[in-house]
Design a protein. Structure first.
Length: 97
């Protein structure tokens, strides 16, 4: 959790969508020192998720994403975001942290 929180700016928020598969250890000092926040949200019931996926499949609705590494996030992704050069969701590959 510490590497993810370190990516946040002052007053930044990390939102956990769904339940993690493993117990998380949260470095509280990182939250306090830079006024960072960790919050969560549920994604709905299994049936609601199935209904949404069925609707997307029936109407050919897909997500446009780009997967980036931690190195890319630090080197180029922020520059692209600031310049308005991202027209889709950037997803950080957590295995590269």
């Amino acid at each position: 959790m510490a590497p993810l929180l370190a990516l946040l700016d002052v007053n930044g928020t990390l939102v956990m969508a769904g339940t993690p598969s493993e117990l998380l250890t949260v470095p509280v000092g990182q939250l306090i020192s830079s006024r960072r926040r960790l919050t969560g949200t549920s994604m709905g019931s299994v049936q609601e998720t199935r209904d949404m996926l069925d609707l997307c499949a029936a109407r050919d609705i897909t997500a446009v994403t780009g997967i980036i590494t931690a190195e890319q996030a630090m080197c180029t992704a922020f520059k692209r975001l600031e310049a308005g050069g991202v027209r889709y969701r950037l997803v950080l590959d957590a295995s590269t942290l």
